[in-house]
Design a protein around this ligand. Structure first.
Ligand code: 13P
Ligand code: SF4
Length: 338
């Protein structure tokens, strides 16, 4: 097979494989190549805090789910390369139908999103016609299309509290975030039984021991963690709120209960502070999200160079999914969050 035919075959395999598995010249400086391609193609690289450090370091924007949705809504780039997971790239496409949205590996899914299939949820929703549906952004476009308002961990509490106290609400798909919002807001939202595999893996026992060894340390946690862990935490917040807390709080040591990728930005923003990743149940690196970590510099380079894999969807689905995202962005502006 000559080189061109071989490349055609590799491109044709992308939909099944989920990424372009093509050879890369080992002499290339991938960081420099990605920077050059971004400029040449007028592309913007958006990265979540849970990405590998080397990807975070070359991103044009690094943020949490709310920040990334806002950045995607505002960009005037021609191509958006999303270093994150599928629902994030999908959200960018929903907001930018005329832009090319690329995700280095389509297999970068999300256990939380997978825990809520739209067809099953639609049946559940039918049984509760008097409820409105607030859905965490970690869900598929199909789920967004069934929702009234989307939220992220940065704005969930304010969005819920902006509704009348007697409004019946279904909160999906994260039972941990939903349960946390119920407790702080005094609401009684009906919760979908979904969870994030990364935030449920932390060991309460090991963390309690760690707190005893470091009595001066503050325990900070993402609201996707389970209730017993949240109960012993000194601060609970979204990824960007945790980052801000580490920078502004006077404590010197923090035990961080969320995906380990955020430690990179925390250490950069607060170089003199000691950060301890909260230990998971097993001895593996389970607080690394296996989906987020599917993106690599190599896949990012190939994705930008050959402009594949691309995110696309039916226009009717896009329009239905856009409404609750627009509502979230509008409310977040009103609350001064973006
Ligand atoms: P935030 O980006 O809202 O902190 O959510 C974390 C997360 O799990 C993203 O997948
Ligand atoms: Fe999904 Fe959890 Fe990974 Fe975030 S960290 S993408 S919620 S599995």
């Amino acid at each position: 097979m000559n080189e061109i035919t071989n490349m055609d075959a590799l491109m044709a395999a992308v939909p099944e494989k989920g990424f372009l598995d093509a050879p890369i010249d080992p002499r290339l400086d991938l960081v420099e190549e990605i920077k050059r391609l971004k400029e040449e193609k007028k592309a913007v690289l958006l990265a979540h805090y849970y990405q590998e450090s080397e990807i975070q370091d070359i991103a044009d924007y690094i943020g949490d789910s709310l920040g990334l949705a806002e950045a995607a809504a505002k960009t005037d780039a021609e191509i958006i390369v999303f270093a994150g997971v599928h629902f994030m790239a999908e959200t960018a496409k929903i907001l930018n139908p005329n832009k090319k949205v690329l995700l280095p590996d389509l297999n970068a899914g999300c256990s939380l999103s997978d825990s809520c299939p739209p067809d099953v949820f639609a049946e559940f929703k039918k049984r509760h016609p008097e409820h409105i549906v607030i859905t965490y952004i970690n869900c598929s476009a199909g789920m967004k299309a069934l929702s009234d308002i989307i939220c992220t961990s940065s704005n969930a509490q304010q969005i819920v509290e902006s509704l009348p106290a007697d409004q019946k609400i279904i909160f999906a798909p994260d039972k941990n975030l939903g349960g946390y919002i119920n407790r702080v807001s005094g609401r009684n939202m009906l919760l979908w039984d979904g969870a994030c595999m990364v935030h449920e893996i932390f060991s309460l026992e090991k963390i309690t021991r760690l707190k005893e060894q470091h009595p001066e340390a503050k325990l900070i946690a993402h609201p996707e963690c389970e209730e017993p862990l949240l109960k012993i935490s000194d601060f609970i917040g979204s990824t960007s709120q945790l980052l801000k807390y580490v920078v502004t709080d006077p404590a010197d040591t923090f035990i961080v209960a969320t995906e380990a990728g955020i430690l990179h930005q925390m250490q950069k923003a607060a170089p003199n502070k000691t950060l301890i990743a909260a230990p998971p149940e097993n001895n593996c690196a389970c607080n690394d999200c296996p989906y987020m970590k599917l993106n690599t510099l190599e896949k990012l380079y190939l994705c930008l160079k050959y402009e594949t894999p691309e995110i696309n969807m039916e226009e009717s689905l896009r329009l239905a999914a856009k409404k609750p995202i627009d509502k979230m962005l509008e409310l977040s502006k009103q609350f001064g969050l973006i």
